[in-house]
Design a binder for this molecule. Structure first.
Ligand code: HEC
Length: 178
């Protein structure tokens, strides 16, 4: 055992020094600034890891709120009040003071990367937020059973984002907090 430890310790020390040097280099070269876009590899990896965090039984959940014009409209009103600040009314994430300022950036939710997420994945993200990013958790847990219904209505609206019309955008503007 002692022999193994003696053989392993130098390698471990070198690894710690290399990791520490890498961390200092990362901090010095990036300045930990939020302005740049993360690299493509970093983005892919982060999305994979995020997908891994969603339990299978939630990923495969179907939206329990039936699709209807009312459900989408309720989601739209909620989105205008609580989400547009970062995501923009159109979901593009480019038209707001906050949207472009995050690292990672707010994604364009009209595009395939978001639309390909299952309803369950969207539910998990909105309920729990995404750690190490600017995406807050909106889940109210058991304190407010209505909260989950709101999230499922929001998901109906997220599905509507790619085909949003000028009338809906005007309606949302009237509800925006800022
Ligand atoms: C304070 C800013 C902020 C607010 C407010 C906010 N978001 Fe986000 N959201 C983010 C950021 C930043 C990301 C990117 C997270 C990541 O890269 O994993 C994100 C990611 C998401 C995603 C994942 C999309 C994808 O393709 O990765 C969904 C869905 C989402 N937000 C929905 C919402 C909804 C619905 C609301 C309102 C209830 C909301 N967000 C409010 C900042 C915000």
């Amino acid at each position: 055992m002692r022999k193994i430890l003696i053989a392993v310790i130098p390698g471990l020390l070198v690894a710690i020094v290399v990791l520490a040097a890498g961390a200092v280099l990362y901090i010095r070269t990036t300045g930990l600034a939020a302005q740049p876009d993360p690299g493509r590899l970093e983005t892919r990896l982060a999305r994979r890891l995020r997908a891994l965090a969603v339990p299978a039984e939630i990923r495969t959940m179907a939206n329990p709120v039936a699709a209807s014009a009312e459900a989408t409209a309720a989601g739209m009103r909620h989105f205008a009040r609580y989400c547009s600040l970062c995501h923009g009314n159109d979901g593009a994430g480019t038209g707001t003071a906050y949207g472009r300022g995050f690292f990672p950036k707010v994604p364009d939710m009209r595009l395939a990367d978001t639309q390909q997420l299952s309803d369950g994945e969207l539910f998990y993200i909105i309920e729990n937020g995404v750690r190490f990013t600017g995406m807050p958790a909106f889940g109210t847990g058991t304190a407010d059973p209505q909260g989950e219904t709101l999230v499922w209505q929001l998901i109906h609206f997220v599905r509507r984002l790619p085909t949003l019309g000028a009338g809906e955008l005007a309606e949302m503007e009237a509800l925006n907090p800022l």
